[in-house]
Design a protein around this ligand. Sequence first.
Ligand SMILES: CC(C)(O)[C@@H](O)C(=O)O
Ligand SMILES: [Mg+2]
Length: 562
Amino acid sequence: MRSDEIKLGFSRAPHRSLLRATGVKEEDFDKPFIGVANSFIEIIPGHFFLNKVAEVIKEEIRANGCVPFEFNTIGVDDGIAMGHDGMLYSLPSREIIANSVETVMNAHKLDAMIAIPNCDKIVPGMIMGALRVNVPTVFVSGGPMQKGHTKDGKPIDLASAFEAVGKHETGEISDEELYDIECNACPSGGSCSGMFTANSMNTLMEAMGIALPGNGTILALTPERTELYKKAARRICQIAKMEQAEREKFKIRNILNENAVRNAFAVDMAMGGSSNTVLHMLAIAKEAEVDFNLEDINTISKRVSHIAKISPSLSTVHMEDINKAGGVNAVMHEMKKRGDDILADNLCIGGETLYEKIQDAKILDTNIIHTIDNPYSAVGGLAILYGNLAEQGAVIKTAGITGDRVFTGTAVCFNSQDEAIKGIINGKVKAGNVVVIRYEGPKGGPGMQEMLSPTSLIMGMGLGDKVALITDGRFSGATRGASIGHVSPEAAEGGLIGLLEDGDEIFIDVDNYILEAKLTFEEIAERRDRFKPIVKPLTSKWLKQYRALVTNASSGAVLEAE
Ligand SMILES: CC(C)(O)[C@@H](O)C(=O)O
Ligand SMILES: [Mg+2]
């Protein structure tokens, strides 16, 4: 056992002494030590109950002959950090989480891990940490939130709350209506109810085979979810007690391989996942040492049909509806009917292969999960655009476009999200504009802010199908409309987005993957000569460290040190 390093021999008497102080009994020294990577934190609705979840899991681990050691990571609630400089810390928190998991698991030589994430950055952070540690690992997320309802019964969620701010701004809704939405959009604990970033990542874990079926869709705080926690705990114990050769198969790098990464993107396409999945999956692929690049996404997108539309792309459908309609297994079973190359067969943490896992799954409601011959679209819900404005790529969630897929507009430039919010509210943005928000990339922000406030204001103010938005920052999973993010290279590293001026003509063609500024070589060269990138003043030591090490979005905004 890996934990023999801290358990065996006379030289480890002090180590055992310390372990005894934590409650380890004589008979426990023969058992596998399981790290329980939890993310209990009181300020996130998807996490405030995870202390109780960990208790259930630890009890099951003890009952199954292993010894649990719980530790916790931090988390940022993107919704609460939204629209102010708190969001600068959101993406960087992914690195702290990855580093925390690596630190605790490796410092104490634990044998296996069960990870309990839920919201946006906690999921990829824990996966990245787990990949560095590379022991058998089962993921089981806290679970999604129920959808909410207004007083008159209309389904709502967090996206409705953000868009309501724009509607209130234009006078379309009253103070009372805004208050009704505020009080009812988030009716329970869990990760916000739509296919936002958290639930997208929790769903992709099923496709990658690192979590058991139901992980993406079974509601939090339900008996069904508690069963899933227990099942996951039993499974990690089963694996931890296997003979070494058998156990080896379930080390996370043997499960989360190239096939798993490709399967994750395929499911993402079929279900219209958050644009943030691109950033996180690229970072995960890098950590797993899998050869996967941004360009590969369009190849997958062309092959996969979009068959499940969920909020924010379809405001009436939420994760609980997908669960009732058969869950992610039913989606995968249906997707596979389009061809053998849609999903690769691959070992899953439950012990079966992906094909075995989905073979009996059925769609129970074809209004919610469409059949393969009746897709929402024949291509997937995400696309990567290229052109002089995005030589290394930019991301758009095609599933969320409400207006034209070809758009020519004139640029209105803002050098930060704050400037953009003020500009939009003050009527600086008009139909036919392309809103440019720059210096919000991983380095420029720093931290690549998620911009649900500007995109929701645009939707809420009725400009959704009349303007486009491009940024080197990123969006929320709750963002809709022609919003193009992750523009790389970013302004802070000299990308053309930094050279744009008000009035420039910008051309977007989603189906041909184009994002271009209509500028001549001479114009660009002349502007580059007088270009001086803005460096935002920073007081935070952590954000300074982050800015020094972070790479751009086209490589997942990972930290790189020599
Ligand atoms: C606050 C949200 C909606 O959770 C957002 O963080 C996302 O990325 O989806
Ligand atoms: Mg987010």
